[in-house]
Design a protein around this ligand. Structure first.
Ligand SMILES: [Fe+2]
Length: 449
């Protein structure tokens, strides 16, 4: 069986008027959904809360709000439509590369009302543009890419703002229904054998995929076993109870340093009380649920657990092969379940719930080999550094991905409950520093066959 870039499932929009109307509708829906979520996250707190910095790791929420509008203005109104800057004096304030998060609260930022007005002003003009522009003729416009990129950007900031909510002290302000127990049959086995051989990694066909997901290319892996579900809190508690945080054998040297420097002995937001592990989740303190995927662990913690368990983290290629490769056809699909866009039956996405679903949920979202919850629930750390694919081309700007390539960043895959479907695909790549644990990160383990 061979895999080739042509085995990458295509999803081109048909050309012609009906195709362009579909694209317009898709872009309009994606932008509208992102703004509704932004409003939910920023209307939930007071103006004082919006302008406060709840953690030096995060921006004040009001910075994210105006930055969302500013990036939309930059890419859609200035680059695509050729307009001048609406408010040139504020542009430098919202350039993420000019001001690190820690210094943003000291900037003369727009206040909450001004930031909302600015984002709405930009959005009104963007909808006018979307109605009249031909969605073709340039790399930014083809398939409505720039509109899709901006909808993804806003949703990614919504995820960042949800992290700020998680770090924020005080009473809970967000609510959502719980996912409930798994529906359908439990997985047949704890791990799944993925056959060795080539498969198609990355994509050249997904219209709104970002530069680092491109191009589709052949990748070979050996045969490997991978966990059917993400590592659960109860499994992780066994590592903690076994003295995992006190045994240097399991830790990469920098990870060992980090847990000692910061006195870390459990995932972030956990605390031990009266012989029980509790966690704080969006302002609520509750017993750590045994059957949920573990959340808020660093790459070092994930790596140490895997060694303790006699296993390892999957490589990024192994993760994507487990998620996309259909051994029956040799094709790589868009998602583990096929090419269909995610529905609530497939995965826990889009902040529909404010927590991961229990391990074993979403049998309808399983891969052809039966691996579950690859998409949604928790971002999954892989063992791999964030590197370009062969043939990578920075687009539309170097700062999107290229400047982050290298050994400092580890790749996370699959999205979390906080990720919207528009920014989640079998090919989507996230990256972060291996010390990070405020993100919605978990993991699953693997071993050579
Ligand atoms: Fe941004």
């Amino acid at each position: 069986m061979t895999a080739s870039p042509s085995a990458d499932s295509t999803r081109r929009t048909p050309a012609g008027d009906s195709g362009r109307a579909d694209l317009r509708e898709r872009a309009f829906t994606a932008l509208t959904a992102a703004r509704a979520r932004t409003a939910l996250l920023t209307d939930a707190v007071s103006d004082r809360d919006l302008t406060a910095q709840h953690s030096p790791l995060m921006s004040p929420l009001v910075w994210d709000l105006a930055h969302i509008g500013n990036q939309e203005e930059l890419w859609l109104l200035r680059n695509v439509a050729g307009h001048d800057s609406l408010h040139p004096e504020i542009d430098p304030l919202y350039d993420a590369f000019q001001h690190p998060r820690a210094e943003r609260p000291k900037l003369p930022l727009l206040g909450p009302a001004e930031a909302r007005r600015y984002a709405a002003e930009v959005r009104g003009r963007v909808f006018d543009l979307l109605e009249r522009t031909a969605l073709e003729g340039s790399a930014l416009l083809d398939d409505g890419f720039a509109f899709g990129m901006i909808a993804q950007h806003e949703q990614q900031h919504d995820e960042t703002m949800l992290i700020t909510h998680q770090l924020r002290p005080g009473e809970p302000v967000l609510t959502a229904p719980d996912p409930g127990p798994p529906q359908g049959p439990p997985p047949a086995a704890a791990e799944v054998l993925v056959p060795g051989g080539p498969f198609t990694m990355g994509t050249s066909a997904e219209p709104w995929s970002l530069d680092n997901e491109r191009p589709a290319h052949d990748r070979d892996t050996g045969a490997f076993w991978i966990d059917t579900v993400p590592v659960t809190n109860s499994a992780y508690q066994a590592f903690v109870a076994d003295g995992g945080y006190r045994d240097e054998r399991w830790w990469a040297p920098e990870g060992w340093d980090q847990i000692h420097r910061h006195g870390i002995e459990a995932p972030l937001f956990w605390r031990r009380e009266a012989g029980q592990w509790l966690r704080r989740r969006f302002g609520v303190t509750e017993p750590v649920p045994a059957d949920e995927p573990v959340l808020h662990v660093s790459w070092y913690e994930a790596d140490a657990y895997a060694r303790w368990a006699g296993r390892r983290l999957p490589t990024e290629a192994e993760w994507e092969k487990a998620a996309r490769h259909d051994p029956a056809t040799g094709r790589s699909t868009r998602y583990p379940w096929g090419d269909e866009d995610p529905t609530p039956a497939h995965a826990n996405l889009g902040q529909r719930h404010l927590r991961p679903a229990p391990a074993g949920s979403y049998p309808a979202g399983a891969s052809p080999l039966g691996v579950r919850q690859l998409i949604g629930d928790v971002w999954e750390w892989t063992s791999s550094d964030f590197l370009p694919y062969p043939g990578f081309r920075a687009f539309p700007y170097r700062e999107y991905s290229e400047v982050f390539f290298g050994p400092e960043h580890k790749v996370l895959r699959g999205g979390s409950f906080a990720v919207d479907p528009v920014a989640c695909r079998g090919t989507f790549r996230n990256w972060d520093l291996p010390v990070r644990r405020q993100i919605f990160s978990g993991f699953r383990t693997a071993r050579d066959a």
